[in-house]
Design a protein around this ligand. Structure first.
Ligand code: CAA
Ligand code: NAD
Length: 283
């Protein structure tokens, strides 16, 4: 039997933890790397709790549960990723940070490995340009919460090879997820459509169109969404929402994507949503 494929997931925030978990559930050997040890400790506890929930509800079997407990290594050093077959980057939504990371990874990780980014909005062709492996670079955009959401948006950049695309689609299937392919434009499909709605909800709140509760109730009960847009923004992270709006605004060059001043103000105040226990709502 061949040894399991090794995956390096970088960034142990809400997305990286979920991504590490689903890869381990599906039989991959996972290295989860974060610059902050405290973040890794939280990630480990979160992953174990999530897998327990899924196992108790018979959504994953005993073998998958066991793999999550034993097949994830929690690391602070990128050097642990040298022999990986796949890299999934899930750090902050900032081009400069991702670019520097990919530059570093390019000289550490074996040349055959595929680099995937979980960016929510930054064009793949642009992120690929920080590496010498532009044919083995692709967007794999998981949705939050990763263990529950079925979709992975797959985005090929201008130089992504067909073989990289096919291997990525096969991996999405192995993870028991569904792929939707998008062209490489700012925000891709999901955030091109979702984020302007969330941004508009902040504009409505700023104008006093309704209270946060009424705006969320209107959209939740009136359009059958599981969360209202402001609640969803807190769930995603207001810093991430603002970064995505900035990519849409600058990338499309169209004033209709201008970030809401209220959204900016919340981020300036450090009210980033659930992860800081305060956003539009308090937690
Ligand atoms: N791990 C394991 N199980 C989890 C989980 C996790 N991390 N999160 C939720 N669950 C499970 C719960 O145990 C529960 O299971 P049962 O149905 O078997 O009881 C189920 O999921 C539902 O959870 P809850 O009862 O706690 O709460 P809920 O019914 O409100 O559902 C939710 C929670 C699934 C998050 C739901 O509110 C939802 O779908 N919200 C919208 C999520 C969404 O739109 N995500 C996309 C965001 S955009 C994005 O990701 C892209 C981007 O770039 C920003
Ligand atoms: P987060 O803020 O929860 O976590 C980011 C993590 O990256 C932190 O733990 C931080 O310590 C770590 N980090 C930052 N720079 C690093 C570096 N150079 N090396 C190692 N670790 C580093 O963010 P998140 O919500 O998990 O988002 C991560 C990525 O996923 C972003 O690109 C975001 O746009 C995308 N995304 C987010 C969501 C969402 O709903 N939050 C959904 C889909 C995609």
């Amino acid at each position: 039997m061949s040894s399991p494929q090794q995956v390096g997931v970088i960034g142990a925030g809400q997305m990286g933890t979920g991504i590490a978990q689903v890869f381990a559930q599906s039989g991959f050997s996972v290295f989860l790397v974060d610059a902050k040890p405290v973040q890794l400790a939280q990630a480990e506890a979160g992953i174990r709790a999530s897998a327990r929930r899924l196992h108790e509800k018979a959504k994953i079997d005993a073998a998958a549960y066991e793999r999550v407990q034993t097949q994830i290594r929690y690391e602070t050093q990128l050097s642990s990723l040298q022999a990986c077959d796949w890299i999934i980057e899930a750090i902050v939504e900032q081009e400069a940070a991702k670019g520097q990371l990919f530059r570093d990874l390019d000289s550490i990780v074996q040349p055959e490995a595929i680099f995937a980014t979980n960016t929510s909005s930054i064009p793949i062709t642009r992120l690929a340009s920080y590496t010498q492996r532009r044919d083995r670079f692709i967007g794999m955009h998981f949705m939050n919460p990763v263990p529950i959401m079925k979709l992975v948006e797959v985005i090929a950049g201008l130089e992504t090879s067909d073989s990289t695309l096919q291997r990525t689609l096969a991996t999405v299937a192995l993870l028991q997820k569904e792929a939707a392919c998008s062209k490489d434009y700012p925000g891709f499909i999901v955030n091109r459509i979702l984020m302007p709605m969330i941004n508009e909800a902040f504009c409505a709140l700023q104008e006093g169109l309704g209270t946060a509760q009424d705006i969320d109730k209107g959209m939740k009960l009136g359009t059958n969404q599981p969360m209202g847009p402001l609640e969803l923004a807190d769930f995603i992270g207001l810093d991430t929402c603002l970064s995505i709006m900035n990519v849409l605004f600058h990338g499309m060059g169209d004033p209709r994507y201008r970030p809401s001043p209220l959204l900016r103000q919340y981020v300036d105040a450090g009210r980033l949503g659930r992860k800081t226990k305060r956003g539009v709502y308090e937690y």
